[in-house]
Design a binder for this molecule. Structure first.
Ligand SMILES: NC(=O)c1ccc[n+]([C@@H]2O[C@H](COP(=O)([O-])OP(=O)(O)OC[C@H]3O[C@@H](n4cnc5c(N)ncnc54)[C@H](OP(=O)(O)O)[C@@H]3O)[C@@H](O)[C@H]2O)c1
Length: 293
């Protein structure tokens, strides 16, 4: 009789469950957003460089295997820190970056989708991250001043050339996803979505039906729902959790395609956020949160 037991992976992010990205990659459903490891207004270096490095390394220890970043976070700073903290990368780590936003100063950003610029930014992200191929390359915004087909077309070209593995979109409606999908396979959509902002419910439904990963940004914003009397606050009190954890657990239970990427500059908040993954909300709590808006 064999005495070997199957090891249980009890890292919290693993307990969020897994989803397939495209046809080749599998990731844990709780990821990490690396926008907050930059300076104020997503501009310049973080106030505490060493803590930013600790956050990235701890995220991987906790089972996070998708890190979301962008050329415009810093700019460049977030990608550089990811390489500094994690290179050579663990085999299972999926790096998701973006291009298509110019950042001209603190809290200033503008869509810029000229194909030659997107190509340049892809090349620069490859260099900064130190990889031969980007796992998931997301169009940060569709630039309304450039034909959309040209923007999707350059993503298709980069994929054919082996510079990017999978393609994602950000801040798009269903019509734009279907338009893009005629030109290139879409593996993920990243829209703002949380307890108090559900404008993308139709996009979430569309993605869920088609096995497209839905990556909600600003996932822990619960607004007034996190204040005394609010549904997230009440649920947190009842379950001995925090409002941020309730917000993340609610997202994870809302769709099997959901892949939240909470961002933070501190290990303490990172650990708190990852601890939300094993949290299971009962039906009554989910209903109260669903109806709270
Ligand atoms: N596609 C897009 O257009 C787009 C736009 C924005 C962001 N994103 C991506 O989405 C990720 C997440 O979005 P986000 O950073 O805006 O929103 P978020 O993850 O919902 O919130 C981050 C903010 O909440 C704080 N925080 C984190 N954990 C906390 C906790 N447990 N308790 C209390 N406060 C906590 C952080 O401050 P501390 O540093 O003090 O923890 C930070 O100010 C970003 O990192 C980025 O990768 C994408």
């Amino acid at each position: 009789m064999s005495t070997s037991a199957t090891a249980v992976d009890d890292r919290p992010a693993v307990q969020s469950g897994q989803l397939r990205l495209g046809d080749a990659l599998s990731v844990n459903r709780l990821g990490f957003g690396a926008m907050r490891i930059t300076g104020p207004g997503v501009w310049g270096p973080p106030a505490d460089h060493d803590e930013a490095i600790r956050v990235l390394r701890r995220a991987v220890e906790l089972g996070v295997n998708l890190i979301d970043t962008a050329d415009s976070y810093g700019p460049n700073i977030s990608e550089e820190l990811i390489r500094e903290a994690l290179y050579p990368y663990p085999e299972e780590l999926v790096l998701a970056t973006k291009a298509g936003l110019l950042r001209t100063g603190p809290d200033e950003f503008h869509a810029f989708g000229r194909p030659d610029y997107l190509r340049q930014q892809c090349e620069m992200s490859l260099r900064r991250l130190g990889v031969e191929r980007i796992d998931l390359f997301q169009l940060h915004r569709v630039d309304p001043t450039v034909p959309a087909a040209d923007q999707f077309g350059v993503l298709a070209d980069l994929q054919k050339e082996g510079k990017i593995r999978l393609v994602g979109l950000s801040e798009v409606c269903v019509d734009t996803i279907t338009e893009a999908a005629e030109i290139v396979d879409i593996a993920s959509v990243q829209n703002r979505y949380n307890l108090i902002d559900r404008k993308s419910d139709d996009v979430l439904r569309y993605c869920t039906e088609r096995n497209i990963a839905f990556i909600p940004w600003a996932p822990i914003d619960a607004g007034d729902l996190a204040k005394p009397g609010g549904a997230a606050y009440e649920a947190a009190e009842r379950l001995g959790a925090t409002s941020a954890q309730i917000a993340l657990a609610w997202l994870l239970q809302r769709s099997s395609r959901m892949l939240p990427i909470p961002g933070t500059s501190t290990v303490a908040h990172l650990e708190e956020n990852c601890a939300a993954a094993p949290l299971k909300l009962d039906l009554k709590t989910v209903e109260a949160l669903d109806e709270a808006l």
